[in-house]
Design a protein around this ligand. Structure first.
Ligand SMILES: Cc1cc2nc3c(=O)[nH]c(=O)nc-3n(C[C@H](O)[C@H](O)[C@H](O)COP(=O)(O)O)c2cc1C
Length: 184
């Protein structure tokens, strides 16, 4: 399939078939797509925690509800497997840190790129995904032993879609997001 067709066809999934499991082999292929992703100064400032046991999934479902009861995933209990993407301290070239006064300048972008590659690998395996942005950091640390200071940036829900994923690609028009040679 042409790469742009993959981009057009992949959609975020919010209704999973809880009976159809995701194998460890599939999960490891998805992790491999993350691991092979590019990152600033090749620092790879990430850690991927696969969550596929019933006990760990129960904890994860609790950790993606925040203090006021809000969640980006009201459908979370149907999801067969998750991957938690955690930001780690990056090691950048000294001249980069000197300029930006931080080691984490590129880390969120790096994790976004890794997550997107994981979504596309999942898609190529016939699986569906949804990124989940909101989580309760202190619960993540308590339940999964994540060191304090290592922020959970995304959780990726993975499984088989329960039927056709509804909705169209809604995107800003090209002219609004793109210009040549100067800001417009
Ligand atoms: C950083 C980030 C966080 C997201 N968090 C959520 C979320 O919590 N819940 C959800 O249903 N979708 C979430 N999404 C999915 C977006 O809503 C979705 O990508 C967007 O609406 C475009 O739709 P598409 O992925 O089907 O093309 C998130 C996407 C990104 C990139």
């Amino acid at each position: 399939m042409d790469f742009l067709d993959i981009m057009r066809e992949r959609k975020s999934c919010r209704s999973f078939d809880p009976e159809k499991k995701v194998s460890r082999e599939e999960l490891l292929k998805i992790i491999e797509a993350g691991r092979l992703s590019p990152s600033g100064c090749n620092s790879q400032p990430w850690k991927f925690i696969v969550v596929d046991s019933p006990e760990a999934k129960e904890k994860l479902c609790d950790a993606i509800v925040v203090g006021n009861g809000a969640t980006g995933a009201p459908w979370r209990h149907q999801v067969p497997a998750f991957i938690i993407l955690v930001e780690q301290q990056a090691v950048l070239k000294p001249m980069v840190v000197e300029h930006y006064h931080t080691t984490q300048r590129f880390a969120q972008g790096d994790i976004g790129a890794a997550c997107m590659n994981m979504c596309h690998e999942a898609f190529s395996l016939g699986l569906s995904t949804c990124m989940i942005g909101m989580n309760d950091q202190s619960k993540m640390e308590e339940y999964f032993g994540i060191p304090h200071g290592c922020e959970v940036r995304l959780v990726l829900a993975i499984g088989h879609a329960a039927g056709e994923i509804p909705g169209n690609k809604i995107r800003k028009p090209l002219e609004e997001v793109c210009s040549f040679n100067y800001w417009k």
